[in-house]
Design a binder for this molecule. Sequence first.
Ligand code: FES
Ligand code: FES
Length: 152
Amino acid sequence: MAQFTLNINNNTHQVDVSPDTPLLWVLRDHIDLVGTKFGCGIGQCGACTVHLDGTATRSCLLPISSIGDKSITTIEGLSENGDHPVQKAWIEHDVAQCGYCQSGQIMTAASLLERNANPSDEDIAQAMNGNICRCGTYTRIKAAIQTASKEV
Ligand code: FES
Ligand code: FES
């Protein structure tokens, strides 16, 4: 075990965990931020996506000891009132079905729009490629990202 100080959603958190503990486990089991989901645990589904210094990152593959003072943003911290343009577009397009993959989808989409405010269909397809939705909401996800891109 070792002590780590993490900057999560603009708050400081201290945890005492093994250095190889993946961030996903720390978020869910130690800090009770359960919006970030466990899907595959091997970097293949995107359910666990958070932002690390603004970049979409798979938290299931990220050892806590590798984070240092980088800022972590989870779905709970994406906006104060759930009114990030991506979140509003998600509601407008009624994207979610079971919802399980959706926080990861939203975090990947928000990161895409942060670096490319006017993505092409190809840009969207490429950025969202690693986020799997077993309910098949891909068409609505793409439409919602196009809507959100008009607001960022
Ligand atoms: S749980 Fe991390 S990519 Fe699937
Ligand atoms: S909404 Fe069910 S897995 Fe994507």
